[in-house]
Design a protein around this ligand. Structure first.
Ligand code: ZN
Length: 364
């Protein structure tokens, strides 16, 4: 799908295609693809099935608040560590020109700011945004490593590093807005003695890239990193990017929680699939989102996707509903007030990741 078509579908639309795919990256984790988003225009492309891939344990920020909101603690990060993400496209970031342009004698903090200036050269505003993401949220916004991804039926997709400057600077602003929103969300969620979510949303690394002659994947995630496509077909607005990031970050947490979706949601998910197959009218009450695959069915139930995408859709539904509740707005049709299966997975999901917090009133 072209960006123009995706843009035309924007507004009422939310369609996400994630696909787990293995690539030729050194880190063979599950990759995630979002293709298009649309609420009522069922427009997206079928996902590609791929074998589950094992993941090495991600960096761990254990326990309580630290896990939910692992301190960005930029002061504990060295300039070289930051540079390894910013200049991941360099043969050796340690000897890249930044290392001399940003004199080793500089205080570490100043040297880090300098490194952002070198990476985002020619666009001081982009450098300021990227540095701000690091300082406020511990997000190192650098580049992806060039590689070829196995895109399943789409063939091999060439991924190249990209830097969001000039006309692409807006992606940095959207990601910045997303993290500011997540911060307010988690603060509101845990207000009072509600409990401490076990859900890490920062720090993470964001690695910008482009897909050659393609507008997918929009994003994929592994190991506390989210790769983000500047040409992605759905990365077109602040709200779309916010949900893309929440979706991807959920997958990171799902992995960190020992594949919670696979272990704890499969029974309900499998029963729904057994009952409904791919029949949309049957699946509709059970689908956490309105996302549909073009010529297919509700996104998490599209053959080739699995319960992990059901979990990710549940995460977005939880985020949307709790976000409204925190803001004092009414939730029209709470997910948990649908079929009893919904209430069951909702409670399990909230219990696993969000200390059981549920700001939606009990169902009538
Ligand atoms: Zn996904």
């Amino acid at each position: 799908m072209t960006v123009a078509v995706a843009r035309a579908l924007a507004g009422a639309s939310l369609v996400a295609t994630c696909l787990a795919c293995t690539g030729s990256r050194k880190d063979p984790r599950a990759a995630e693809e979002e293709s298009t988003r649309s609420v009522d225009a069922a427009v997206h492309q079928p996902a590609v099935s791929a074998p589950a891939v094992s993941a090495a344990p991600p960096p761990v920020h254990e326990t309580g608040a630290a896990e939910m909101d692992a301190s960005p603690a930029p002061q504990r990060t060295t300039a070289l560590e930051v540079a390894r993400v910013l200049f991941a496209d360099a043969a050796d970031p340690a000897v890249h020109p930044w290392s001399t342009e940003c004199a080793p004698a500089l205080p570490e903090e100043a040297r880090i700011r300098c490194a952002f200036g070198v990476r985002y050269a020619g666009d001081p505003e982009a450098a300021r945004l990227a540095h701000g993401l690091f300082v406020r949220h511990g997000v190192r916004a650098g580049v992806e490593v060039a590689h070829v991804m196995n895109g399943g039926y789409r063939g091999m997709i060439q991924i190249v590093p990209a830097v969001p400057t000039k006309q692409h600077r807006r992606h940095l602003a959207w990601i910045d807005a997303a993290f500011a929103d997540f911060e307010a969300f988690f603060e509101g969620l845990g207000r009072g003695d509600a409990g401490v979510p076990r859900y890490r949303f920062r720090p993470i690394d964001v690695r910008f890239m482009r897909s050659v002659r393609a507008t997918t994947p929009n994003a994929y995630a592994s190991g506390w990193e989210v790769a983000y496509n500047l040409d992605g077909s759905i990365n077109l607005s602040e709200s779309a990017v916010r949900e893309t990031m929440f979706h991807e970050i959920f997958h990171l947490n799902d992995t960190h929680h020992g594949e919670f979706s696979l272990k704890s949601l499969s029974r309900v998910y499998d029963a729904i699939v057994k009952r409904c197959g791919t029949r949309s009218p049957c699946l509709q009450p059970y689908s956490p989102g309105d996302t549909m695959v073009r010529n297919g069915t509700y996104y998490p139930f599209q053959p080739g996707n699995d319960v992990r995408e059901y979990g990710a859709e549940l995460a977005i539904r939880y985020y949307r509903e709790q976000r409204l509740a925190i803001r004092g707005e009414k939730v029209a049709r709470p997910f948990k007030c649908g079929p009893r299966e919904n209430a069951e997975v909702w409670a399990a999901f909230a219990g696993e990741f969000f200390a059981g917090i549920d700001r939606i009133p009990a169902c009538p």
